[in-house]
Design a protein around this ligand. Structure first.
Ligand SMILES: Cc1cc2nc3c(=O)[nH]c(=O)nc-3n(C[C@H](O)[C@H](O)[C@H](O)COP(=O)(O)OP(=O)(O)OC[C@H]3O[C@@H](n4cnc5c(N)ncnc54)[C@H](O)[C@@H]3O)c2cc1C
Length: 283
């Protein structure tokens, strides 16, 4: 397995900026996220405070970012990282595939919503954040998906191929693209319980027993993503050079706290990349 110099998690302005600077500094990089970059960019109606782009629709700014990446031959690996482990002198990243990198830059944005009651306690014991990683555990068994965005429907379709039954709780509005075998439940989960040998998705109205529950959000809380990472409230505690308490692990953008702004994320991405380069050069 090839080991990258720098793995960058997230393709918003923080991750894109970090990737550009790291590439200029001739480091081997793995940029992981979505080819659509960031829903928070694409959905912005008009952005007025990004220098050089007055009153630009978010999708146009995102397109400019994509052109910049293409012009530098920076590829995006479409994956969602479920866990990152510090292995001493490198990091192991687990998504659909397993990757290795000497340094990591976390640019994964803010986590929408608090964990559901029971979610943290049952994580790894019937609650999962990664369908691709954990679907085999529920082969021919029942699973529930609590999906926070339309992109999670692909995960539900995949689970429907593996599991005997899939319940889908959409936490967003709009039409769904799911096969008939997936049972859509339009009730809001208020917790997850462990009862009678099953996980129960509890809504105000009912309780739904299943073998596994997949809670699929665009971002995973940073403490869950990287065990041992020091937090400051809900955000990653960073120093001015964007380093965290874990040597070789850096963070940038919304994940480090307010203000939530494109240019702040991009600026921090630049600093994080230069700090990762300095760390690698000292090794
Ligand atoms: C509607 C709207 C309008 C806004 N307007 C403005 C504005 O006018 N001006 C301004 O400055 N700011 C604005 N903002 C704020 C701005 O969107 C954010 O501050 C900015 O996008 C943060 O960038 P980021 O790179 O930190 O994270 P994000 O843009 O959130 O990108 C993070 C990316 O990482 C991906 N990701 C997360 N976890 C993982 C994982 N485990 N594995 C792989 N990928 C992962 C996510 O899917 C996402 O694509 C607006 C926000 C919204 C929602």
């Amino acid at each position: 397995m090839s080991r990258y110099d720098i793995a960058i998690i997230g393709t918003g302005p923080g991750g894109v900026s970090a990737a550009i600077t790291a590439k200029i500094r001739n480091k081997s990089i793995l940029l992981i996220g979505s080819r659509d970059l960031s829903a928070k960019m694409v959905k912005a109606h008009s952005i007025s405070n990004y220098p050089g782009f007055p009153a630009v629709p978010g999708k146009d700014l995102a397109a400019a970012f994509s052109r910049h990446l293409e012009s530098m031959e920076i590829e995006i690996t479409e994956d969602r990282i479920a866990s990152i482990y510090a292995m001493g002198d490198y990091f192991a990243l687990q998504g659909k595939d397993i990757y290795e990198a000497t340094t990591v830059i976390l640019a994964s944005g803010v986590v929408n919503g608090k964990p559901l009651p029971g979610e943290n306690e049952l994580l790894g014991r019937g609650v999962s954040y990664c369908a691709t990683c954990d679907a085999p555990l529920y082969r021919k068994k029942s699973a529930a998906v609590i999906g926070y965005s339309a992109s999670e429907e692909a995960e539900a379709r995949f689970l429907a191929e593996v599991c005997s039954e899939v319940l889908y709780f959409p936490m967003y509005k709009g039409d769904l693209a799911l096969p008939e075998s997936v049972k859509v439940i339009r009730e809001v989960p208020v917790g997850i319980e462990n009862k009678d040998g099953k996980r129960q998705v509890v809504t105000k109205e009912n309780s739904y027993p299943v073998d596994g529950v997949f809670v699929l959000r665009e971002s995973i809380s940073p403490g869950q993503l990287v065990p041992g990472l020091e937090l400051d409230g809900n955000f990653i505690a960073v120093k001015r050079d964007m380093s965290t308490n874990i040597p070789g692990c850096f963070a940038c953008g919304d994940v480090t706290g307010q203000p939530f702004q494109y240019i702040k994320a991009a600026g921090e991405g630049n600093v994080a990349a230069l700090s990762a380069v300095a760390y690698l050069d000292k090794k």
